[in-house]
Write a protein of this length. Structure first.
Length: 218
């Protein structure tokens, strides 16, 4: 125990232990956020098979587990990469952090972890876009939810445009542009959190404090 305590309290290991704790916080928070959301969405909008007029819960439980696991591991990976990239940049600059370091670390982490276009990453990015805008009242949050949808609609769509006069159907974002959009969004929110935290939505600010600041102390 004394040897372990010496390692934990040794400043030489602080940055590396902060990365490990950040990964742990990311995983825990990912489960806490995604699990209840996945349960509600599965109950309300699940598309599992029905047997004797009752839902096929095995399929829905698999969907809940899959969504929760993906979100938790993705968030843990992002926090790990973000803190690692910050540490590398500081070490290349004599231990000093530059203003652009947070943006670069967030951009690289967002590109690697959230750059693939899938259902979970699309939902995360929509929430991220909305939380970038500070909101207090319920009605303002509704407006910003709509604004986030409008902003995301500017990402070019996949596939060919439908012929004039045909029935309009939503098309998913082009995966290439989605990757760029995700990377820039994560770079922006990490820079804002470090340098202009007062502009971030309170709920997200508290979440980011748990992930990136609370993991610096123990």
């Amino acid at each position: 125990m004394d040897a372990l305590q010496a390692i934990v309290t040794n400043p030489a290991y602080h940055d590396y232990l902060a990365i490990l704790k950040g990964a742990r916080n990311g995983f825990v928070y990912g489960v806490k956020v995604r699990f209840p959301h996945a349960v509600v969405m599965s109950i309300l909008f699940g598309r599992g098979k029905w047997v004797n007029d009752e839902p096929h819960w095995q399929k829905r439980l698999q969907n809940i587990y899959r969504a929760t696991r993906q979100h938790a591991f993705n968030l843990a990976k992002f926090v790990t990469l973000y803190k690692t990239f910050l540490l590398i940049q500081r070490k290349t600059n004599n231990g000093k952090e530059r203003s652009s370091d947070t943006f670069i670390a967030g951009l690289l982490g967002g590109y690697i972890v959230f750059g693939d276009r899938n259902a979970v990453n699309e939902q995360v990015l929509l929430l991220l876009t909305r939380f970038l805008m500070n909101a207090q009242s319920y009605f303002v949050q509704i407006v910003l939810y709509v604004v986030s949808r409008v902003i995301s609609s500017f990402v070019p769509r996949a596939g060919q445009p439908l012929p004039t006069g045909s029935t309009v159907k939503p098309r998913p974002p082009d995966s290439r542009y989605f990757t760029v959009f995700a990377a820039l969004s994560w770079g922006a929110v990490m820079w804002l959190f470090r340098h202009r935290g007062e502009t971030i939505q309170p709920g997200m600010f508290n979440s980011m404090t748990y992930l990136y600041r609370d993991s610096e102390t123990w």
